[in-house]
Design a protein. Sequence first.
Length: 137
Amino acid sequence: MKKYDIIEHTADIGIKAYGKNLSECFANAAVGMFDIISDTKKIKPVGEYEISLKSDTVEELLVDWLSKLLTVSDINNILFGKFDVSVDEEKCELNANVYGENFDSERHTVGKEIKAVTYHILEVNKEKGYVQVLFDI
């Protein structure tokens, strides 16, 4: 099963991420986002970071999750490439261990800069096994 598809949009870019459950969908959404930023295959999982979030809805949880990853990445100049995610849909909670390393201009490619995660076309579809989100670039 493929992890995600890119969604082309007028001045933005999005992803539709797939999985057998919400945890896998959220992890694949993160992979897709970081593949837009760089190439996750070139990111070594040398550092581990823990992320815990609680939101009012699973849709907000998806936006909060990807936004948190962007913030941590930007502030610390880190690229993430591996994501172990656990989503509790009932409680709208997420716990994750994410792995990555500091950006290295000699090894890492530079893709598109993602400015923000948006609510435009946002969808969490557990029954069909996908989530989709649009990024402001």
